[in-house]
Design a protein around this ligand. Sequence first.
Ligand code: AP5
Length: 252
Amino acid sequence: METTKNDRNAWLKGGSSQCKIPAHPQIHPHRLVLLGAPGVGKGTQAELLSARLGACHLSTGDIFRAAKSLNDCERTPTMTRALEYMRRGDLVPDEIVLGLVTERSKCLRCGGGFLLDGFPRTVAQAQALQDCLVENQIRLDAVLSYDLPLEHVVSRLSGRRTCPTCKAVYHVDTRPPKMKGICDACGTALYQREDDRPESVRVRMDVYEKSTSPLTDFYRRNDLLVSISAAGTPEEIFDRSIFALKKRQYRT
Ligand code: AP5
């Protein structure tokens, strides 16, 4: 079902912020985590899945990028510290990330459901998410884990261009905008993310291997892991994701 795009204001800004365009409540809201290396295409799939399933795309990376556009007096010292980690390609410390997610726990209770992208990223974060969901009596449906050889992932990252306004994601070769450098959806000039520079990408890949890849075992043990090949076009991967979700639904 095609739905009006939720503006994710409550997630991006936190505190008492509300979504100006709230998600449509779903009869059976989908609650999913998207896992995979930086640049594998989680954000691209989250957008496609969100349009189909009506669930909100909740990316922790987007919270940090939204804070980046604030001026110095609007940004808290904790957020300024978080952005330094991000710039280097390092993980932001768990206590900062968990503080931000806890402050936004109403988004996990949203009647539209959620697609968590970039969170959790460490076993401690996964454990904290599990505790938070239990506390709120919410069940995770599945963890979609996207797999792709490293060299393909790096080329996806180096060609990525992002819209600072509506957060739409493009690729100079595989998903170019209609007009070079301009967002199709809102007409804003696209930019290249600072952490897509080769030196930050190297750090991100190492950190992923060390801290985030153990999460596949964590979720396999919890019978939530669904592995999906991230080779091919975004639409092919999307079809695989929907197929895998349906298969899982009929299993129970
Ligand atoms: P975050 O924003 O989460 O970045 P990431 O996980 O590194 O993932 P990316 O957004 O880089 O990639 P993606 O998988 O979404 O790929 P995309 O769809 O854009 O985090 C950034 C930073 O924030 C972290 O490094 C860390 O510092 C901090 N952070 C965030 N969360 C944190 C947490 N929980 N704990 C600690 N720190 C945290 O696709 C990539 C490109 O490929 C695009 O150009 C796209 O158009 C193209 N593409 C997509 N699919 C395909 C396809 N099938 N074929 C060809 N091209 C494709």
